[in-house]
Design a binder for this molecule. Structure first.
Ligand SMILES: C[S@@+](CC[C@H](N)C(=O)[O-])C[C@H]1O[C@@H](n2cnc3c(N)ncnc32)[C@H](O)[C@@H]1O
Length: 283
């Protein structure tokens, strides 16, 4: 899909800033909750609880890595928390992402780890790996190209571990998600990657969406209303002038806001999306 980063504005990645500087999160990915009391009490989520959930997500991913794996390519590594956790466990990790803001954060927080600022489609290295990880990144590049690249960067009998969103069925209304698990698996097979494990974790990650949705309703929306009140408290002529001067910024904020309203709508999510972790092996 070759998506541009919708949250970047004049060199500042607003999502990255919001998550790391305001919410003080260490990760950009979803949180994970076991089917337990914690899951049913998701409406009582706190930021601390979300941070713990994100750590559990990383642990849950690492628990899926087969025993004989030594080297890992982390494709679309974000700010690198998963890469750092993998390196701590002794894996030899190479991390890639085309995003320069993520890259800067990664390099500042991960001394000694290899980071390459590149798209997976453009990666050009000689190394091969026991496992390729795509944590919430598989929808950022064309599926076919992604699998082709995996087949060429995996060592014999290597693994591809994918965790992320898939279309629930063909009626899915979210265009950014191109495949159902079935479609994805069929395309993988064409590239000799066979599905050996598949777990639907939609319910386990859902508290993240509930939390973000509530945060938007409780904090972001009143904040925007307050700003609007300040701007509108002057004369209509001045208000129009201010809105004209800042039209580029206002439009960008509205664009990001409607993107997140859709992305963080729990009903829309459960109706359209399956969140799964899939393990493939090269045959
Ligand atoms: C939602 S973030 C996931 C980050 C991280 N894997 C995690 O679990 O927190 C998606 C990541 O994919 C990266 N990405 C976007 N386009 C890409 C591409 N064409 N090739 C590789 N990575 C890409 C983004 O820059 C970002 O780092």
């Amino acid at each position: 899909m070759g998506k541009q980063n919708i949250t970047e504005f004049d060199g500042l990645d607003l999502e990255l800033f919001f998550c790391t500087e305001i919410l003080k999160l260490n990760s950009l990915h979803y949180g994970y909750w076991e089917e337990s009391e914690e899951l049913t009490q998701s409406d009582k989520l706190t930021l601390e609880c979300l941070r713990d959930g994100q750590q559990r997500y990383t642990d849950m991913l690492m628990a899926m890595i087969p025993e004989n794996v030594k080297s890992i390519l982390d494709v679309g590594c974000g700010i690198g928390d998963v890469s750092r956790a993998l390196a701590k466990l002794g894996y030899n990790v190479t991390a890639i992402s085309p995003d320069s803001n993520h890259g800067k954060y990664f390099e500042n927080h991960s001394p000694g780890l290899t980071f390459l600022q590149t798209k997976f489609e453009d990666l050009d290295i000689d190394d091969k790996f026991n496992l390729i990880l795509m944590s919430e990144s598989q929808n950022y590049f064309p599926t076919e190209i992604g699998f082709r690249r995996c087949a060429s960067y995996l060592l014999p009998e290597g693994y591809l571990l994918v965790a992320g969103m898939f279309r629930k069925d063909d009626r899915c209304q979210i265009v950014e998600i191109p495949n159902t698990i079935e479609d994805y698996t069929k395309i993988a097979e064409k590239h000799s990657l066979l599905l050996i494990e598949s777990v639907d974790i939609t319910r386990n990650i859902l508290p993240t969406i509930n939390f973000m949705c509530e945060s938007m309703q409780n904090y972001v929306e009143p904040g925007v209303k307050m700003l609007n009140h300040f701007v509108s408290s002057t004369s209509p002529l001045k208000t129009s002038f201010i809105k004209f001067i800042f039209r580029k910024q206002i439009n960008k904020i509205l664009q990001i806001y409607s993107y997140y309203r859709k992305k963080m709508d729990p009903l829309l999510f459960t109706k359209n999306v399956v969140y799964a972790k899939l393990l493939f092996q090269l045959q």
